[in-house]
Write a protein that binds this ligand. Sequence first.
Ligand code: SAM
Length: 653
Amino acid sequence: MQQITQTDPLSHSANIVDQNIAQLKQLFPEVFKEGKIDFEELQATLGEHIDLENERFNFTWNGKSQARREAQKPSTGTLRPCPEESVDWDNTQNLYIEGDNLEVLKILQKSYHQKVKMIYIDPPYNTGKDFVYKDNYKDNLSNYLELTGQKDADGKKLSTNSDASGRYHSNWLNMMYPRLKLARNLLKDDGIISIHIDEHEYSNLEKILNEIFGEENNIGTIIWDKRNPKGDAKGIAYQHEQIVFFAKNKNLFSSKNDFKRPKENALKIIQKAKKIIQKEGLVNENIRKQFKNWLKVQAFSGGEKAYSFIDDNGEVFQSVSMAWPNKKQAPSDYKIPLIHPLTQKKCPVPEKGWRNPSKTMNKLLEDDMIIFGHDEITQPRKKYLLKENMYENVPSLLYYGGSDDKILKTLDVFFDTPKVVQVAQKIMIPIINKQDIILDFFAGSSTTAHAVMELNKNDNGKRKYIMVQLPEPINENHKAYSEGYRFITEISKKRIINASKKIAEENPEKAKELDLGFKVFKLDSSNIKTWDPDAENLEQELFDAIDNIKKNRTEKDILFEIILKYGIDLTVPITEHKIDQTNVFNVGLGALFICLNDTITVAVAEGIASLKEKLDPAMCRVVFKDNGFADSAIKTNVMQKLKQHGITEVRSI
Ligand SMILES: C[S@@+](CC[C@H](N)C(=O)[O-])C[C@H]1O[C@@H](n2cnc3c(N)ncnc32)[C@H](O)[C@@H]1O
């Protein structure tokens, strides 16, 4: 039975360099000589595609190479489950993870590789006042534990990135770059990242996204007009922010998604038309005028204005030309005149003919889809019904002037820079489908989680969220502090709980089907001494105790560390079994059995084998505690027994 030691890939998060080299090897086996890359050979293979000029297009800043290396370093940390702070632990598929998002993104690399449909983030904008997390490239995990007060350190503090700092933009870019690189790996091939940003870093953000995602995958930028110019401007008073969209692979995204959203006011317009008609009785000139005037006012706030007609059946439509669109003349069947229904005379045919052949024109007539003028002089046009065109491309302008301050107050939440739930929903709708996972690793007050719950409530969806947020301490002068909150994570968990309670109260029937819970996990160092290169006094500890597991860590802590290292997702079904007085965890319906007790016997192996036979998983692996066997003979017999039942992947920790 092979033990998983510190050098084993299973003891740490995904090694991205190794993965990239494996891919390179697949593409260019000839450039590998005795396991190393022959760079000259690679250059020769790529020939003219290599740019050897000294001056070339490049975006760089102080610290970039180190930031790139940082993204590639595996994490030795883990996520410890915290059921006591979770809601509906046993059933929920949502995750709330506390920790520095760089480490967390590394830890999620195996389990959530290509699983996330949408990443939606709102990072610090680098206004000079907001705090930008400073990574410590030597040991980021210890740095995190110190900064968040979980480990002793003198004088270390979380502070803001001041615009007086000489490295103002570099600091921000160094923070963002490795995170975006890691985040990209988690996206599905047809996934999208969308990022809120303002004028401070918009241009820099777009440049690093071009580099990380490829310029060809830029979907575009939405300008969010907040209708509230910043009052303290010395230059132009900005009243907008940007929301930048990049696809992992634009072609794949477009072939699988239509990136359309329901038209802003379409339903409202249809309902208004119905209302006017109900009041007035029959459709008449007065109704048509009233409706047009009402639309004009609507259009002023960014609404739909093209659909400005109501037909005799009360249907809202716009009128479109039916002329043949090409330069050449249409065939003769496309040139048959229409007869005016009142005068019974021929109406004019467009110069090059109709857009459709006579059969289609007759069908349109039959369906009352053609609009005639008062007499035969006017060329007839076609109706384009609003009810059949309720979706539209996502426009580059988003008007939304409101804030969620009131909503947050009712939820007992105090947070300075929340995004707007309605805006978040608008952004998500054209991208995420009902079953998708959405990730926000700058969760703040968890607007994203709130928006996901709202969307699911509206359409009975099963979208799942993953929130990641630093336990950033709250300033003593902040209202939240006087209300008893000490960390932003407390605010955001409370927000999810209170928002979900509200949804459940207002929709008691629907709520039964909704996933309103979340599982809390917290970033920490590895539970397993030999997996943790930084464990203090490791030798001494090893000498003192044969136990490989750190003090104060629970069986469940270790269980989830193994789950993560095996690349299984954190919401997989787990059942507990008592076999021969010994606890066995069955993870993912037989995909992985984990036994961490000191009483492992052949009977335990038999129990695992019979569970495997019953569940018949595609792949079955077993992990035991290395010193959980009374002696080496039992260990050998356990291996034998499992082998007899076709289980050969057996490891110990
Ligand atoms: C602009 S706020 C996000 C607000 C959020 N969209 C909302 O609606 O409440 C950015 C958040 O990112 C968090 N943050 C900054 N650096 C982080 C890091 N390294 N890891 C995790 N969270 C971080 C900050 O604590 C802050 O709450």
